[in-house]
Write a protein that binds this ligand. Structure first.
Ligand SMILES: Nc1ncnc2c1ncn2[C@@H]1O[C@H](COP(=O)(O)OP(=O)(O)OP(=O)(O)O)[C@@H](O)[C@H]1O
Ligand SMILES: [Mg+2]
Length: 581
């Protein structure tokens, strides 16, 4: 049992990196205030002793000592609280930073493997629970020492009473430890259910619109209830164990209390102890009972927090399988020439990109087109370095993309997706994430044609965008996100179906925007819209992971049946052409 707790404490110390100074201060101050608490009982019994002997001088001296001891008790208690607060803050901030840093260092599968709910709960509640652990360790140490001191004091008066105190303490701790071990299984289950609940709930919040439209709530409620029932089931089982524990402990306490009284009365009748000693021992029995309760609380909490420590560790120790490291090329003077040389790539061994090669000039607009599932977004993902090709190479300005340093790469290659993420903050704050210069922000918004709309709003750039920007249209959100991308001063812009939610008017505006942007950017645009394909300098036609056409709209229209089919939005595969086999 002791080994088990040492392991819990070691793991906590390793994870939280609690300063040794804080831990020492916590234990020292707790030890002092609890020490004065023991003295208080001692002085109180002395007062009774001298009062019964009518020794007023000694009675007053002990009264004075009791007062001083009480003041010191309060003082150290206060300092202990202060240190507790400092450590809690330190630990909480430290762990939260570690978790946040981890979020941006992991691969794509991270949220899928760990679970959104667990991440949310760990970052919110587990770190708070862990922050409290230092206090529990100090409570544990000091309480054990107190129990030993009380037993020693009692042993000085009577050996039999000492044995009773000892057996009582051991039984108390053993029962508790057995039950806690059992109940912690259900606590883990309970936490897992909370994670699943949070995960589903956060999905509900993101998909509220669809949920309302398709009346999905009744089915979702059933799912939520199912999780809630699992939670309640584990909770009840855990509570059962704890109730048994409390009842057993209470029974043992009564049993030993009665035994102790009988022995003390017997000793008094035999005149082996005086009334003040009886008061002292009875007082210490109450004290030791409260210490043992405290010990139960601390060890239970330590066991519970060790579950939180495990959970946070499982996040921090998550090993990314396909994490791609950065190189050390710091040249920021990038023209934006993109080259794919016989690139092959697949997810989970299924090949998606089957040996493609192309070279895209800087300051040009290239469209990648093809049916759904042919691998267009996968090309963008490769360019974003989210994955590595199984063979072949991807170059920018003749340099392998994996050789660029993180900062250089991130500031030169940017993407705008079909569903860009907008924070529940003002338009300005959303732009501030990339560049806080107001003039640059206005210029970027003007370039994408959203500035006039923004200033027409009553609060202009200070308009708060609701979560996922539900108070502006999908197209406007798209343009704000485009402006945010422009602020990053990226040389290469990757647009993945950004016009999908634009109305025809804005969509036609996008031609002008793209024409303007390609003056100083290399743009790759994925689109299903024939009107937009026409605007590209060059179109790469993709089918089942292979390039089946490459040229201008005019050239492809004349020579490429697959491309013609895409224009009329018929399924090219149904034409039976360009089968890759
Ligand atoms: N993370 C992933 N894990 C496993 N398979 C994936 C993953 N992402 C995409 N795929 C699969 O790879 C194939 C190509 O997907 P990709 O997203 O590149 O298609 P796309 O051409 O962009 O399609 P769309 O036009 O519908 O956006 C699809 O069969 C898809 O199911
Ligand atoms: Mg796609």
């Amino acid at each position: 049992m002791i080994k088990e707790y040492i392991k819990f404490i070691k793991e906590y110390l390793k994870l939280s990196q609690t300063k040794a100074r804080y831990l020492f201060e916590m234990i020292f101050t707790a030890f002092c205030y609890k020490g004065f608490l023991i003295l208080n009982t001692l002085f109180a019994s002395k007062i009774i002793k001298y009062a019964t002997l009518s020794d007023s001088k000694m009675t007053f001296i002990n009264l004075g000592l009791l007062t001083i001891s009480y003041i010191f008790y309060k003082l150290f208690y206060f300092i202990n609280l202060k240190v507790y607060g400092k450590n809690m803050n330190y630990c909480y901030n430290n762990l939260q930073t570690k978790l946040l840093n981890k979020l941006v260092q992991v691969d794509d599968n991270f949220t899928k493997n760990i679970g959104k709910g667990k991440l949310l709960n760990s970052i919110n509640s587990d770190v708070i629970d862990i922050g409290d652990m230092c206090n529990q360790i100090s409570e544990l140490f000091t309480t054990i020492i107190q129990v030993i001191i009380v037993c020693i004091i009692v042993a000085r008066y009577d050996k039999l009473v000492f044995v009773i105190f000892l057996i009582y303490s051991i039984l108390h701790i053993e029962i508790k430890n057995y039950v806690d071990r059992k109940s912690s299984i259900y606590l883990r289950k309970q936490k897992r259910a909370i994670d699943r609940y949070s995960s589903l709930f956060s999905q509900i919040l993101s998909g509220l619109q669809e949920i309302k439209t398709f009346n999905m709530l009744p089915k979702l409620k059933l799912k939520l209830n199912e999780i809630k029932n699992k939670y309640s089931d584990s909770y009840i089982k855990k509570r059962n164990y704890l109730t048994i524990r409390d009842n057993d402990v209470r029974f043992i306490t009564y049993f030993f209390k009665i035994s102790l009284y009988l022995i003390l009365l017997f000793l008094m009748t035999k005149q082996k102890i005086t009334v003040d000693v009886l008061v002292l021992i009875v007082g210490y029995f109450e004290t030791i009972t409260s210490y043992l309760d405290q010990l139960i609380d601390s060890t239970s909490t330590i066991r519970e927090v060790s579950i939180c420590v495990d959970r946070v560790n499982s996040i921090l120790n998550y090993k990314s399988n396909n994490l791609i490291s950065y190189g050390n090329i710091y040249n920021d003077n990038i023209d934006g020439i993109i080259e794919f040389n016989n690139v092959r790539f697949g997810y989970n061994k299924k090949e998606i990109i089957k040996g493609i090669s192309f070279k895209i000039n800087s300051n040009s607009l290239t469209a990648i087109v093809g049916q759904s599932g042919t691998g267009k977004t996968s090309i963008i993902n490769l360019l974003l370095r989210l994955y590595k090709p199984s063979s072949g190479e991807i170059l920018i300005d003749g340099v392998n993309i994996y050789d660029y340093s993180k900062d250089i790469y991130k500031s030169n290659v940017s993407v705008v997706n079909q569903k860009p993420f907008i924070f529940n903050m003002s338009i300005r704050k959303n732009l501030d994430f990339v560049d806080t210069n107001i003039n640059n922000q206005i210029e970027a918004c003007k370039r994408v044609g959203i500035h006039d709309f923004i200033v027409s709003l009553s609060k202009g750039y200070n308009t708060i965008l609701r979560e996922n920007a539900t108070n502006i249209s999908g197209g406007q959100k798209q343009l704000i996100s485009l402006a945010r991308t422009l602020l990053s001063k990226s040389e290469i812009l990757l647009f993945d179906e950004i016009t999908a939610s634009l109305d025809p008017d804005t969509s036609s505006n996008i031609d002008t925007i793209l024409k303007d942007l390609k003056k100083d950017h290399t743009i790759i645009m994925i689109t299903h819209k024939p009107e937009l394909m026409k605007k590209a300098d060059r179109i790469i036609v993709l089918n089942e992971g292979k390039i089946v056409g490459d040229g201008t709209h005019k050239q492809l229209l004349e020579s490429n049946e697959y491309y013609r089919a895409l224009q009329t939005r018929k399924s090219a595969s149904k034409l039976g052409v360009f089968n890759n086999d």
